[in-house]
Design a protein around this ligand. Structure first.
Ligand SMILES: *[C@@H]1O[C@H](CO)[C@@H](O)[C@H](O)[C@H]1NC(C)=O
Ligand SMILES: *[C@@H]1O[C@H](CO)[C@@H](O)[C@H](O)[C@H]1NC(C)=O
Length: 412
């Protein structure tokens, strides 16, 4: 009996040590808080794997708990009027400054796209709700937070197309007038997967002739920019970093396109490129687009290109068209498409698998002549800006929010 107890204690001890302790880089502030936060995420991820294995609930279904845990009902307060609407059939949460009477002056607007790997997250999570209110009061802006549909129930391009429909609907002169929005002062912005959608929709709008209203700026917070090379130096360096380890990012990418696990495994091995995407690898060549300081000790080798016509692994062929689609990977466009894009703000974090996605976009936008403000956080980790709510509140989130909102104030 005694022995059993000891074994149980040892097992529990190593279990919690495994879950809680993980090496955190020295630069990161509040390391214990991050370790605890990360252990919650990882426990949930293991539970999700287990649940999927047992056939109870699929992985993302369990991970969605993260979204539900921070769910709020957005309500009006003394400064902000909040309404839930449908724009061209897509749900949006609309935040407007409260009018003190008289004819309202024209205001700026921010179309905001939440993160969560296209599979998780919601406008109705408290960090997004708080950020929207902050933008309304600090910028005197109308904020449109888009509740696009999510994978895996809705694979690419549904989440993207939902966003595009909302943006097209909003950018009509008549609709803008209804909300007292100045057509010359509209931003699109988002974090992580939301940054991906923001970049993609900015490109798509420029390519469509004859739209009435142009975006003034795009603000991308640690955006996901490409699915072709999942072994950039930042993917290698931050493979096991808290919040977004490489496995989870690969999982998000593969679930965005398909529920077929073959793509997940091919992406894990970075062997998911097919002849369709091979010609586009030049657009994500980090040897060319990453400054020396970020390339570090890593030597470039181009991802393998695998032909999968029939035979084993042939199922990966299905989404290969989508993988090469710039609406999913906005880095995959030529300079001629980048040239006409609005002024950009790009935030990147050192301890983030997506660091190099953002930096490569900065390099490519600048060489195409687009004005870019690049803010890189040496002590930053993925998702940091959204950690504003107790008990997972981080000091760095406040600094990031302040700088981001200040940039919008000065440039929108
Ligand atoms: C990547 O860029 C380097 C030079 O920076 C070049 O030598 C190499 O051929 C390029 N590879 C691809 C796949 O574009
Ligand atoms: C990169 O290449 C150099 C020169 O060939 C070599 O000395 C170094 O060990 C390589 N680094 C890695 C991480 O493979």
């Amino acid at each position: 009996m005694r022995l059993k107890g000891v074994v149980l204690l040892l097992a529990l001890g190593s279990f919690s040590a495994y879950y809680v302790y993980e090496p955190i880089p020295d630069e990161i502030e509040q390391p214990w808080k991050l370790m605890l936060t990360s252990s919650l995420f990882r426990s949930l991820s293991h539970l999700a794997d287990f649940s999927e294995l047992l056939g109870l609930k699929d992985y993302m279904g369990v991970m969605y708990f993260i979204t539900l845990a921070e769910w709020v009902v957005p309500v009006s307060d003394e400064h902000v009027q909040v309404t839930e609407e449908h724009f061209d059939g897509v749900e949006v949460v609309l935040y407007q400054p409260k009018q003190l009477g008289g004819d309202p002056e024209l205001r700026s607007a921010v179309i905001y796209l939440h993160g969560g790997g296209w599979c998780l997250g919601s406008s109705r999570m408290s960090p997004y709700d708080l950020l929207a209110r902050r933008m309304v009061t600090d910028l005197d802006a109308v904020v449109l937070s888009v509740e696009y549909r999510l994978a895996p129930a809705h694979h690419f391009p549904v989440p993207y197309e939902d966003v595009y429909r909302v943006v097209k609907h909003f950018l009509q002169k008549g609709v803008l007038a209804q909300y007292s929005v100045d057509p010359g002062r509209i931003a699109v912005s988002g974090d992580s997967a939301g940054g991906n959608l923001a970049a993609a929709v900015s490109q798509q709008l420029q390519q469509e002739p004859g739209h009435q209203v142009q975006l003034k700026v795009q603000a991308l917070l640690y955006p996901v920019m490409q699915a072709l090379d999942l072994n950039t130096p930042s993917y290698q360096q931050n493979r096991d970093m808290p919040i977004l380890p490489r496995t989870l990012m690969v999982r998000f990418w593969s679930e965005y396109f398909t529920s077929d696990k073959a793509l997940f495994w091919a992406m894990m091995a970075n062997t998911h490129n097919s002849p369709e995407s091979a010609g586009l690898l030049k657009f994500v060549n980090w040897s060319a687009f990453l400054p020396e300081s970020y390339r570090g000790k890593y030597n470039y080798s181009a991802p393998a290109v695998v032909r999968r016509a029939g035979g084993e692994g042939a199922t990966v062929d299905g989404p290969s068209q989508s993988i090469a689609d710039p609406r999913a990977s906005p880095l995959l466009v030529p300079d001629s498409t980048l040239r006409s894009l609005p002024k950009a703000y790009v935030l990147t974090c050192e301890y983030d698998v997506l660091r190099d996605d953002g930096i490569m976009y900065v390099t490519r936008l600048r060489s195409a002549g687009v004005e870019v403000t690049h803010e890189h956080y040496d002590a930053g980790f993925h998702g940091a800006l959204m950690f504003t709510v107790w008990p997972t509140d981080f000091l760095i989130a406040q600094r990031m929010t302040d700088n981001y909102v200040r940039w919008l104030k000065e440039n929108l």
